[in-house]
Design a binder for this molecule. Structure first.
Ligand code: P6P
Length: 316
């Protein structure tokens, strides 16, 4: 039996107004998926010609995706604030709604030119509690993965569901009650950064590389797509650990990935699916943000692997 996103949302024990915020982000994601699919033909995979607050060259599709999100958010009277990776400041909408959305409208966009999976990540919070709330305050989180299929992953904190965009542009439920395997033999880290790693990261990876005859006692595989949504969706589906730890090059910025609209929503999703998340020494979801674009170290995935990393940090 087919369950549409609308039917699934109606069956959740959440405020229908909160469910409508998720529905708006789903509609934006479906529209973005349609744009991405034809972008090379429309000549839209190039640069937009300016940089974002992160100092990163904005792709035309970064700007287009952000505009699409803004359009859908703006049409939902339940949403009053938008924080976006692509916007220097938070946008206070004319609506007086109770919700705030923090989003990376097109994460991993540097992969667009080579047709690799990218995504839209979003977090939903109570706008009345201010911009800088810890991840534990999130009311919902989700991401769209624009890959061979377009997947939409959603959680309200208890359980994670996966939807797939069908030929009519509607999300239908394809996986309910996702569970992240506690054990895994696959890790995701950019090994080209080894010279910047701290001892904890170096020790953990060395154990994995040692394989069957090493302390881990099993063979590991390494996967690094360079697109957070792609790497984390793989981990959600078959286990593993994603690592962008603090290193000697990123320490001055606090890390590489952004807390409000990358680390927090992904940590909420992974933990709701039975996984774990950490900066190495602190729980990501307990961090009180110091700014809307704050960067943090991100280590999350299979609970046993995350615990091993935390063990190395505890020894440091
Ligand atoms: P690196 C993409 O730019 C991104 O923000 C994440 O999606 C991804 O996990 C990470 O950066 C990749 O970083 O240093 O390997 O290019």
């Amino acid at each position: 039996m087919i369950t549409t996103l609308a039917q699934w949302l109606a069956g959740q024990t959440v405020d229908p107004k909160l469910a409508s915020v998720v529905a708006s982000m789903a509609a934006a994601s479906a529209e973005i998926a349609g744009i991405l699919r034809l972008a090379p033909i429309a000549g839209q995979t190039g640069l937009a010609g300016h940089t974002n607050v992160q100092g990163e060259a904005q792709k035309a599709l970064d700007v287009i995706s952000n505009d699409i999100v803004l359009n859908h958010i703006g049409q939902n009277s339940e949403i009053s604030i938008l924080v976006s990776e692509e916007l220097d400041e938070a946008v206070h909408l004319e609506n007086q709604g109770q919700y705030m959305v923090a989003t990376d409208p097109l994460d991993g966009s540097s992969n667009l030119d080579v047709n690799v999976t990218v995504g839209t990540i979003f977090s939903v919070l109570d706008a009345s509690k201010g911009l800088l709330q810890p991840g534990t305050a999130q009311l919902a989180a989700g991401y769209a993965a624009y890959g061979p299929a377009t997947s939409l992953v959603i959680t309200f904190g208890a359980g994670v569901a996966v939807f797939t965009l069908d030929g009519a542009g509607q999300f239908v439920l394809t996986l309910d009650k996702v569970a992240v395997a506690a054990a895994s033999s696959e890790y995701a880290i950019n090994t080209a950064r080894e010279r910047f790693w701290d001892e904890a990261t170096r020790s953990y990876v060395a154990e994995n590389v040692a394989g069957e005859t090493g302390p881990a006692g099993k063979r590991y595989n390494m996967r690094w797509v360079g697109s957070m949504v792609a790497d984390i969706h793989r981990i959600l589906m078959r286990g593993g650990i994603f690592m962008y730890p603090l290193d000697s090059e990123t320490v001055s910025k606090g890390g590489r990935l952004r807390l409000l609209y990358e680390a927090n929503p992904m940590a909420m999703i992974v933990e709701a699916a039975g996984g774990a998340s950490t900066t190495g020494s602190e729980k990501i979801l307990e961090l009180v943000p110091t700014g809307i674009h704050q960067r943090v170290p991100v280590i999350l995935g299979s609970a046993e692997e995350v615990a091993r990393v935390e063990g190395w940090y505890a020894k440091a």
